[in-house]
Structures are given as structure tokens and as C-alpha cells.
Write a protein that binds this ligand. Structure first.
Ligand code: DAT
Ligand code: MG
Length: 147
């Protein structure tokens, strides 16, 4: 089944949103297969955001994402990559619809609460950057056939 990497950024952790955000993905029907509270290294951050390394905001982005604990997660489910991106809302909170995470909780692009992989290739690369294979669990859920 499809997996994605989701990360509650330092602003979301500081604002006490871990529980509420995990609840949204559980309510949707996705399965949590790995998670940890961690402070990411500069190297991990630069790898994670490598596609943006030429952008003017890259330095600020790396500084922000390493500035405090993040809550890193791997979620599983059919179409979890596209569906979780839809749940997150647009990158700029000005464009994020109410009801989405960024639409409900964020004001500025820099502090937009959550990261989510945007393709299967990114998901695979991002999961490998933050988790060892043994940190991801495979387990059956009795509810699965109802989702
Ligand atoms: P997303 O996080 O929706 O995948 P992205 O990959 O385009 O968005 O950018 C990664 C992060 O970089 C984004 O969540 C916030 C920051 N960012 C993007 N565009 C920015 C900008 N114009 N100014 C400042 N930060 C920006
Ligand atoms: Mg992105």
C-alpha cells in the first residue's frame, strides 16, 4: 500500500497541534506506521529540501526546520500521498482553503505547520532520509476493510 512522509514542523509542535493533526489523518482512515519527535540535522534538512536549494528562501527554510523538534510520521493508505496533500492545503496559507490544515492553522508561508510528500518518488526519498526500515511497522487493522 502507498506510504507518505508527513512532518509537523517546529511551529506546529510549539503550538501544541500534534494531537489534533494526527487525529485528522486517523479520522480520514489512514494508518500510522512510524513516528518520532526529533530535531533534524542541517544535513537532513538540506537533503529534504534539496529541490529548493537555489531558491532565495532556502537558508531561512533550513534554519526554520532545524530550529526545534518536529514530529516525523509515515502514514499508509490508498492514495495517501495525494489525499494528505489535499488535507494539508496549498503552500501559501492565503491560498489554502478553510477546512485544510494550512487553511485552518497557518497565516504565513514560512510557518505553514506541516510537510507532506508530493509524489511516490519524494515519499520514498523522504522516508529514507528520516526513518530506518525497522522503525516502520507492518500491522493489520481490523477496521481496514471498512475504509
Ligand atoms: P510544500 O511544503 O507545499 O510542498 P514547497 O515544496 O513549494 O511547498 O516549499 C517547501 C517549503 O518552503 C514550504 O512549505 C514553505 C517554504 N516556502 C515555499 N515557498 C516559499 C516562499 N516563496 N517564501 C518563503 N518560504 C517558502
Ligand atoms: Mg514540497
Amino acid at each position: 500500500m502507498e506510504k507518505t512522509f508527513l512532518m509537523i514542523k517546529p511551529d506546529g509542535v510549539q503550538r501544541g497541534l500534534i494531537g489534533k493533526l494526527v487525529q485528522r489523518f486517523e479520522d480520514k482512515g489512514f494508518q500510522l506506521v512510524g513516528s518520532k519527535l526529533m530535531v533534524i540535522t542541517k544535513e537532513q534538512a538540506e537533503t529534504h529540501y534539496a529541490e529548493h536549494k537555489e531558491k532565495p528562501f532556502f537558508g531561512e527554510l533550513v534554519q526554520f526546520i532545524t530550529s526545534g523538534p518536529v514530529f516525523a510520521m509515515v502514514w499508509q493508505g490508498d492514495n495517501v500521498i495525494a489525499l494528505s496533500r489535499a488535507m494539508m492545503g496549498k503552500t501559501n496559507p492565503l491560498d489554502a482553503a478553510p477546512g485544510t490544515i494550512r487553511g485552518d492553522y497557518a497565516v504565513h508561508t514560512g510557518n505553514n505547520i506541516i510537510h507532506g510528500s508530493d509524489s511516490p518518488e519524494s515519499a520514498e526519498r523522504e522516508i529514507a532520509n528520516f526513518f530506518k526500515p525497522e522503525e516502520l511497522l507492518a500491522y493489520d487493522r481490523a477496521l481496514q476493510s471498512w475504509i
